[in-house]
Write a protein that binds this ligand. Structure first.
Ligand code: UT7
Length: 338
């Protein structure tokens, strides 16, 4: 990269309503015991009927801008990673641009499912590294509760709603993003998808009747893929960054299943205090998982100048992404303000 690019500030927001495993026991044939042992999830947040993705994204964005000390008017680009946009078009990024008053910012959405935030970081960083832009707001936001089949116990226990944001900008030489790994294998497209509502199968009374606007997943296949790709993507990101596993200070993995995270952690040989886990409280928030976990880690004072952070995610597509970020010395935890 021609210019070093890093994260200047983060923010997150989750809806107030909590749905616990015990609540789900009353809705489908499941148990708190099954959900906790198979996934590690205990509760998740659910947006109300009036709340859309852009509403959650707005709250996270305001917090990230405040902590970074950058105003909305200074933003050059807003990039929203989501599979649950407010509508097909205009993009959720445009809705946000208007609400934030980010008058000079270009805006677009990015569809890469759970690794969407990492795809977004990689995309936004290129604009800054090239010198075209200075400040880019990247957001991962989902209201997965709106595309969940609440009668399907295989999926409805897994997901939650939330938003996380990061302001990207130039940082000192040697800091910032040291590597990016992005990948896709579209042959796995049938493992996680929504059957109807697109141009292949537009919405009709029949598709609504058949509940085809909710997500379908082959959990076992996604699980196997996830364990494999978490290992290969993290190894590649570490190697490309020119560091070793021992240099990793904090792993911020996609929060889908504790067993998947544990497998990656074991392979990397990391101790538990070097891993951020919040899926017990939020479930899988797809593209919002990593930025929410990152923001919480920063608020808790777990990130320091010079630390090497590793993000890794996998998801529908199938897609994956990983990045190594050296936290800028000029962004100390003490700067974090609510
Ligand atoms: O962000 C990417 C999105 N997706 C993922 O990351 C998903 C990755 N996959 C997973 O996390 C796991 O595969 C699941 C948590 C989805 C499922 O765990 P599993 O250990 O792979 O269970 P399974 O699908 O093999 O199902 C085991 C049994 C089945 O019963 P039978 O066929 O053995 O009688 C299921 O019907 O558990 C049953 N089951 C449940 N039982 C109680 C499935 N869901 C539930 C449930 N409560 N909620």
């Amino acid at each position: 990269m021609t210019r070093s690019v890093g994260i200047l500030g983060t923010g997150s927001y989750v809806p107030e309503r909590v749905l616990t495993n015990h609540d789900l026991e009353k809705m489908v044939d499941t148990s708190d015991e099954w959900i906790v042992t198979r996934t590690g999830i205990r509760e998740r947040r659910i947006a109300d009927e009036h709340t859309a993705s852009s509403d959650l994204a707005y709250e996270a964005a305001v917090r990230a801008l405040k902590k970074s000390g950058i105003s909305a008017e200074e933003l050059d680009l807003i990039l929203v990673a989501t599979v649950t946009p407010d509508m097909f078009f205009p993009s959720t990024a445009c809705l946000l641009q208007d609400r934030l008053g980010a008058k000079k910012a270009a805006a677009f959405d990015l569809s890469a499912a759970c690794p969407g935030f990492i795809y977004g970081l990689a995309t936004g960083a290129q604009f800054i590294a090239s010198g075209l832009y200075r400040y880019v707001l990247v957001i991962g936001v989902e209201t997965l509760s709106k595309i969940t089949d609440w009668k399907d116990r295989n999926t409805c226990v897994l997901f939650g709603d939330g938003a996380g944001a990061a302001v990207l900008g130039p940082v000192e030489d040697g800091a910032g993003f040291l590597s990016f790994v992005l990948g896709a294998d579209g042959s796995g497209k049938d493992h996680l998808y929504i059957p109807a509502g697109g141009s292949r199968k537009p919405a009709t009374c029949e598709t609504v009747e058949a509940n085809e606007h909710t997500l379908r997943m082959n959990g076992r296949e996604v699980f196997k893929f996830a364990v494999r790709v978490m290992n290969s993507a993290t190894d590649e990101a570490i190697e490309k960054a020119g560091i070793t596993r021992e240099d990793i200070d904090l792993l911020v993995p996609h929060q889908a299943n504790l067993r998947i995270i544990d497998a990656a952690v074991e392979k990397l040989g990391l101790s538990s205090e070097k891993v951020v886990v919040n899926l017990d409280r939020y479930g899988n928030m797809s593209s919002a998982s990593i930025p929410v976990a990152l923001d919480e880690a920063w608020e808790e004072g777990r990130i320091h100048g010079g630390d090497h952070l590793l993000f890794v995610a996998f998801g529908a597509g199938l897609t994956w992404g990983a990045t190594v970020l050296k936290w800028s010395e000029s962004i100390a935890p003490s700067q974090a303000k609510k």
